[in-house]
Design a protein around this ligand. Structure first.
Ligand SMILES: *Cc1c(COP(=O)(O)O)cnc(C)c1O
Length: 320
């Protein structure tokens, strides 16, 4: 199995940049996780760096995962498998096969893409794993979106980076906003915060983390994030977890996954021209626009806000 030098060492921290003007009357900073230096970056690259270690430990020879034709996660995993010299097998819903940039990249990395109706995903995955094992191969399956403890761990680390940056600069964030999908990113940030709280002797002021749902409705979305937090914290969950630490809003999801409006595209165009920061319509642009609305609706003013840019560069070009 070949090594990826970048993933062998702890990932260097991503930059936190201050925006040029106040947005919705607040002082904004962006953590550029879109600049994680692997395959156009993003939170899936951060998560992949943790799964990389698990794949090595398992001595796998085929990496399997699940995702749609637009999946950032599948792009990253296909690239990682190619770089490790391993086969990659992706199960993908047959319903939408439009060739997007991520679809093309996955193909270019040589991954096998197996399509099936979305209702048969679970059985298709189980059958394929079994078939590989019967051939004497060693598959390693990564849940769609890089969901699971290694994914959560990657954002516990990101939270620590943010706290270090605060200490170095003296800037204190009142809020952290980000796009929430499978909820792993949010679970990691919240776990990072809960663990930090446990370790600090005095009650240090911690920012309120707010996940802007890009697809799921509040009840289910919240529950999934909470499950990931429980899974990661284990027996510490009961003592550390508080409901206030978990804020997940579905007020800006529009019709659901992939839906967007002219307010989002206008915001994306403005931020690109003014700041030089690209955002896609499905995740980052949608969450950033939702955040600005949230700040207005809750009359939040003159605060320090950190927005985490979770990536999705190829989706920006899909819509250009
Ligand atoms: C997957 C993804 C998200 C959502 O992250 P989760 O950990 O699934 O909540 C946000 N932004 C981008 C660009 C993504 O690809």
């Amino acid at each position: 199995m070949k090594k990826i030098a970048l993933f062998e060492h702890p990932l260097a921290t991503t930059p936190i940049v201050e925006l040029s003007e106040d947005y919705a009357g607040n002082h904004l900073y962006v953590k550029r996780d879109d600049m994680v230096p692997f395959c156009f970056g993003g939170n899936k690259a951060r998560k992949a760096a943790e799964f990389y270690k698990e794949i090595q430990k398992a001595n796998a020879d085929v990496v399997m995962t699940y995702g749609s034709n637009s999946s950032n996660h599948c792009r990253i995993i296909a690239n990682m498998a190619a770089a490790m010299g391993l086969s990659c097998h992706i199960i993908s819903p047959a319903e939408n096969r439009e060739q997007l940039y991520n679809t093309k990249l996955v193909e270019q990395f040589g991954a096998v893409v197996e399509t099936c109706p979305v209702t048969e995903v679970a059985t298709t995955i189980a059958n394929r794993i079994k078939a590989y094992e019967e051939e004497g191969r060693r598959p390693y399956f990564i849940t769609g979106g890089g969901h699971g403890n290694p994914g959560t761990e990657s954002y516990v680390k990101a939270y620590r980076e943010i706290m270090c940056w605060q200490r170095e600069t003296g800037v204190q964030f009142d809020y952290i906003f980000h796009a929430s999908g499978t909820g792993t990113t949010q679970a990691g940030l919240v776990c990072g915060q809960l663990l930090m709280r446990e370790q600090s002797l005095q009650e240090e002021k911690q920012p309120q983390i707010i996940g802007i749902s890009i697809a799921r409705e509040e009840a289910r979305g919240r529950e999934v994030v909470k499950d990931s937090i429980r899974e990661y914290l284990g027996e510490k969950f009961e003592t550390l977890f508080t409901e206030e630490a978990l804020c997940f809003t579905d007020a800006y999801r529009l019709g659901g996954y992939g839906e967007y409006d002219s307010q989002i595209t206008d915001t994306i165009a403005y931020v690109m021209a003014r700041e030089g920061i690209p955002m896609d319509t499905t995740y980052v642009g949608k969450a950033f626009t939702g955040m600005l609305q949230y700040l207005k609706e809750y009359s939040i003013l003159h605060k320090n806000i950190l927005f985490i840019h979770t990536g999705g560069a190829p989706l920006y070009f899909d819509k250009l």
